[in-house]
Design a protein around this ligand. Structure first.
Ligand code: NAP
Ligand code: ZN
Ligand code: ZN
Length: 346
């Protein structure tokens, strides 16, 4: 099917309009008209080759919401007219222990990324969600509550799950003190989830102007990190701190704020190696970990949680012609709090 999207043809070039074909439907495929596609900072890192190994031409986008247009003959989970969401991967080996446990994001053979990678035939480049039409195997898509604003729901597919998964894994809930570093696309979802799960929630931000927004999203405390003394003197000791910034950040001042057995979990991926003072880990049996998006069952669980609690991303909806400016503004932390592209403009 002829599809219209936006493409990066090489690192550091502007994205431009692009036409390409999506595959014909296989028996378990679902075809959908994209409504909205979120702009994740990972799109920018990858198109600018900040993580190395980028694959061009690249149609970015892994926060995709649409309405089912057509289903393959063996599809059982979706019907025409239903809402559908696709996140960061569109396939995996389906056989390994992790896949069978619902942890497809850690597939031992490697997940098939929604873009910037090859499909499982190892020859077809996967094109992502900055496009008006999408085809996906039904097992790798989720249902999205009709009650949610579809533009605000798109970022749940990456930003949402990337924070929901570690919050659940490390037990965020009543009686726990949780902090999120960086009130960006990921961070502002983390604040809402931590608050909804019942944790005492702090935002660490290098943007003083975000204080009111942080509180409105559910934060109990807001700390401006550009004030090194305020950070050092901060009295709360945390069970869990999640670094959701895109920047090369010194994590040592945050390790100091962990309680005994506390965990600092990295989800932000600047691509720059970090240095850690070992004694900060030893002294209080603290741990430093990472977390990568979430598996399919957890993605559906989060979607349902959002439906029940009416949680969505705060978005600025843009037309496709604004993508390059939106990327610049994202890098400058100048977005509240996620750009979402209206797919009707492709
Ligand atoms: P984003 O919307 O650009 O937000 C990043 C936030 O980082 C900014 O809002 C800002 O928050 C903070 N920040 C930016 N520059 C900073 C600086 N110089 N010093 C300190 N803080 C700074 O990005 P995003 O889409 O949320 O993504 C965040 C990171 O997570 C990216 O690296 C992305 O690639 C990665 N990611 C990882 C996964 C995963 O599976 N682990 C999934 C998706 C994305 P304040 O203004 O509040 O300080
Ligand atoms: Zn993402
Ligand atoms: Zn697997």
């Amino acid at each position: 099917m002829n599809t219209r999207g936006y493409v990066a043809t090489a690192a550091h070039t502007d994205l431009v309009p692009f036409e390409f074909d999506r595959r014909d439907l296989r028996p378990h495929d679902v075809a959908f008209d994209v409504l909205y596609a979120g702009i994740c900072h990972s799109d920018i890192h990858q198109a600018r080759e900040e993580w190395g190994g980028s694959l061009f031409p690249m149609v970015p986008g892994h926060e995709i919401i649409g309405v089912v247009r057509e289903v393959g003959p063996d599809v059982t989970r979706f019907a025409v007219g239903q809402r559908i969401g696709v996140g960061v991967f569109v396939d995996s080996c389906r056989r390994c222990e992790r896949c069978r446990a619902g942890l497809q994001q850690y597939c031992t053979e490697g997940m098939t990324p929604t873009y910037n990678g090859y499909e499982r035939d190892a020859t077809t480049i996967a094109f992502g969600g900055y496009s008006n039409y999408f085809v996906v195997d039904e097992e790798y898509a989720v249902h999205v509550a009709e009650s949610l604003d579809p533009a605000g729901a798109a970022p749940l597919l990456c930003a949402g799950i990337t924070l929901y998964s570690p919050l659940r894994h490390w037990g965020a809930g009543p009686g726990k003190k949780v902090a999120i570093i960086g009130l960006g696309g990921l961070g502002h979802m983390g604040v809402q989830f931590a608050h909804a799960l019942g944790a005492d929630t702090t935002v660490f931000s290098h943007s003083a102007a975000k204080a009111d927004d942080a509180r409105a999203l559910g934060a109990d405390h807001f700390v401006v990190t550009s004030d090194a003394a305020a950070l050092a003197d901060h009295a709360i000791r945390y069970d869990l701190i999640i670094n959701a910034t895109s920047a090369d950040l010194d994590l040592n001042p945050y390790l100091k704020l962990l309680a005994l057995d506390g965990a600092l979990v990295i989800v932000g991926l600047s691509g720059v190696p970090i240095q850690v003072h070992q004694e900060l880990l030893l002294a209080e049996r603290r741990s430093l970990s990472g977390s990568q998006i979430g598996g399919l069952s957890e993605l559906q669980e989060m979607m349902d949680f959002c439906g029940e609690h009416n949680i969505t991303s705060q978005v600025e909806v843009i037309g496709a012609e604004y993508i390059n400016q939106a990327w610049e503004r994202t890098v400058a932390s100048d977005v509240k709090y996620r750009f979402v592209i209206d797919a009707a403009t492709f």
